[in-house]
Ligand binder design. Sequence first.
Ligand code: NAD
Length: 341
Amino acid sequence: MRHTTRVLQSLERQVVRAKSTAFIGLGRMGSEMAFNFFSKTFAESPDTHFVVCDALPASAVAFRQNFVSQFPGAHIDIVRTPKEAVLASQTVLTMLPSSPQVTTVYSEANGVISALKSLSAAELTRSLLIDSTTLDVGIARNVAAEVISAGAQMVDAPVSGGVTGAKAGTLAFLVGGTEGAFELSQPILTHMGNRIIHCGPSGAGLGAKICNNLVLGVQQIVVGEAMLLGQKLGLDPRILAGVINSSTGGCWASSVNNPVPYSLADKSPPCERNYEGGFATALMLKDMLLATDIAASTDSPLPLGKTAQQFYAETLRHRPDLAQKDFSSVYERLEQMRREN
Ligand code: NAD
């Protein structure tokens, strides 16, 4: 009799867990992504349970208050540890600052992997971990290998599109993992983004993300250099931006994120709001460091990438006030250098 009760309780827990989904890391990106994911899931299946977790409990409380005020009747729990999140939910998303936090959340005693080890084979089969953090490829691959050897599935799914894209639900997800894990993750990711690209096996999503940001980081500096040089030569920045954008030098850093205010007739880039909003210079430096580290460990030459990484680091040494401003604010450092010459 006692055995039957235990079996029934375990089955009940499995049913609840299968209908539960958790989000760990409710920062600038995670809070917007979780909001879109939960609200669209709630609209489809109002009996879904939601679980949130953040190292700052106040962030989880604020998220729940905001969500429940807009979706009365939604069932949303706050847990203290990633382990509790995994025990409660079959699908778990993480959106953390970088490698050290992913290592903590997945590999420490109260972490994801320790929770997976206590689940039954039936619970593990459809358990899915999605990590959208931008972090070191090697660390991400090791974490995914541990998750997979515990019996669950995992993808790396870093994003492109920033806070604006996270809020609008228009992120691009660059996914690394097996075909099966990608198929499981795709319907979830479409609640937060509109381009879901399977880049290859575990770590491939991060590899693509790091390579893209390497290009972007270099381009943003050289666009600033050209805009400054052109003005020194007496060119009107609007005319110069128009020439570059309709010629072979045209790129996103020039045509959308141009660092010179009012150089784009039909756009209003962060430089026109004192570089507020956009993608933080500190995050670009982090991504450039990820690129130079992986290039060094794979013997891949990176002469421009290395120089650009050093320039972002030097910019923040001279101008720590630019750390949270859009990374096109490196233009301010170039202007400062010109004044000092
Ligand atoms: P953030 O610092 O605003 O948010 C991170 C959140 O994780 C915070 O709420 C923090 O409290 C929480 N956290 C940290 N350690 C934790 C732990 N051990 N357990 C639980 N929660 C923990 O960062 P963000 O801007 O949201 O960026 C997240 C990731 O997305 C980064 O890897 C970043 O590179 C990437 N990214 C950011 C942008 C952007 O524009 N902000 C764009 C693309 C990609």
